[in-house]
Design a protein around this ligand. Structure first.
Ligand code: UD1
Ligand code: CA
Length: 452
């Protein structure tokens, strides 16, 4: 059975009060529409997105995905939206209808409604809500679905029905095309309702099989920032729960945000409060993350400790490393096993070798630091001449005194010592002491000025 997924995304989203198209607002760091598209991809389906006015930014932002784009020029209703896409679906294919603003739908649920579909049936995803206000109600006679009545068209008895339409359905493409062409807009909103297809199917004796999602959040739509927030928090809580189920200790499951994939590759990982993980992050066995860290696209080896308020991006951290507190590890950095990077240290595009230390107040950029190196407080690699980025090489066992500027390109030989306060602009030979420093003088007989 070949599946074509039609994702409706033409809604204006005025209640979001934003310049940005509604479906581009993000849940856990990923736009709602991207989420729905990726979920559809898990079903090996081809994807058609119906976009509306101002849809250029939507197309641009998902340009990397294999999507067939179809425009709905006027928002004349959900049925009208699907009409725009139906020519892309052949008679014998399955049309699966999804929504760009219903981001948490799971592929397992969609799999269920597709598996339950035969050539002669229609699968409809419904949910029972304590408060069904606003939704289309599922009207049944003797348990058999007869039609969907929209809130605005419903009478009192119908309004009391608490089983509602999620809008998500799977149906044979040929049958759907026929029904769509018969839609009328003679209802309270003068819209072409996709939901009217249900009544047509029922009248033709087509069995309408209903399915339910795992939880109601899967089918919840986003129309406002409040609803966006509710889904974000729900999604984050699910991630926190599954981390704990996998053995991770969380100081507070309410105070961790994962905007991407957090991979835990070993046991006894501890994550303190207020941490944000972005992109693809992997934490090895025994890793501890202190409070208030932001970690993006990073691999952290076993038993490494990331202390409070550190920011890491696009880096590889070995095992038994100590980072922070207040460290900034920028893209292209590799901290090898047992390295230590302390407070107020910024490291960029640099490899720090095994056991080396940069403990306080330093900027190390575009450098190669060997093993067992000690970099004193306030060391700066002057790596930029205003045009080019230049390289600093510090070989194994070197000792850099405090308050030193290393003017790149420059190499410090193995075992060399650089005296405190040195401005190093020429290579320092190995196993020597190099120091640039004005001679210290003391003026005898000097007197403090007195007030005139
Ligand atoms: C729709 C259903 C209702 C269901 C509810 C679930 C219809 C007639 N009603 O109602 O039974 O309970 O969803 O949330 O289908 N859209 C377009 N083009 C349009 C109109 C809508 O792309 O011309 C898109 C919207 O962007 C949105 C979705 O379709 O993603 C639903 O539209 P909306 O207007 O929110 O439908 P509801 O009135 O909520
Ligand atoms: Ca809606």
């Amino acid at each position: 059975m070949k599946i074509k997924t039609i994702i409706l995304a033409a809604g204006q989203g005025t209640r979001m009060k934003s310049q940005k198209a509604k479906v581009l607002h993000k849940i856990a760091g990923k736009s709602m529409l991207r989420r729905v598209v990726e979920t559809s991809q898990e079903l090996q389906s081809e994807i058609i997105v119906v976009y509306g006015r101002g849809g250029e930014q939507v197309k641009q932002s998902l340009a990397d995905l294999p999507i067939k784009w179809v425009q709905q020029e006027e928002p004349l209703g959900t049925g009208h939206a699907v009409q725009q896409a139906i020519s892309q679906v052949s008679q014998d294919e399955v049309a699966l209808i999804l929504y760009g603003d219903v981001p948490l739908i799971r592929s397992e649920t969609l799999g269920k409604i597709i598996e339950g579909l035969s050539d002669e049936s229609l699968s409809l995803l419904t949910v029972k809500l304590r408060d069904p206000t606003g939704y289309g109600r599922i009207k049944r006679t003797d348990g058999v679905v007869e039609k969907i009545v929209e809130q605005k068209d419903a009478n009192e008895t119908e309004l009391a029905i608490n089983e509602v339409n999620t809008g998500i359905m799977a149906v044979n493409g040929g049958a759907l095309a026929t029904w769509l062409s018969a839609l009328k807009n003679n209802n309270s909103q003068n819209e072409y309702y996709l939901t009217d297809v249900i009544e047509m199917a029922a009248k033709q004796g087509v069995p309408i099989n209903t399915f339910h999602p795992h939880d109601a959040f899967e089918v919840e739509g986003v129309n406002s920032k409040q609803q966006l927030h509710a889904l974000e928090r729900h999604y984050q809580m699910q991630q926190a729960e599954s981390l704990m189920a996998a053995g991770v200790t969380l100081a507070d499951k309410n105070r961790i945000d994962i905007r991407g994939d957090l991979n835990i590759t070993g046991g006894d990982v501890f994550i303190d409060v207020n941490n944000v993980f972005e992109g693809s992050v992997s934490l090895g066995e025994g890793v501890e993350v202190g409070p208030n860290c932001v970690i993006k696209d990073a691999t952290v080896g076993a038993n490494t400790v990331i202390k409070a308020n550190s920011v890491l991006e696009d880096c590889t951290i070995g095992s038994n490393v100590s980072v922070g507190p207040f460290a900034r590890i920028r893209p292209g950095t590799v901290l090898e096993n047992s390295a230590r990077v302390g407070n107020f240290v910024e490291i960029k595009k640099t490899t720090v070798g095994e056991g080396s230390k940069v403990s306080h107040l330093s900027y190390i950029g575009d450098a190669e630091v060997g093993k067992g190196v000690n970099i004193g407080a306030g060391t700066i690699t002057c790596n930029y001449d205003g045009i080019n980025k230049l390289k600093t090489i510090i070989e194994d066992g070197a000792f850099i005194g405090s308050g030193t500027q290393l003017v790149a390109p420059v190499t410090i030989g193995a075992g060399a010592t650089i005296g405190a306060g040195t401005t190093l602009s020429k290579d320092a030979p190995k196993d020597t002491l190099t120091v640039t420093r004005a001679k210290q003088i003391t003026l005898e007989g000097w007197k403090k000025p007195t007030k005139e």
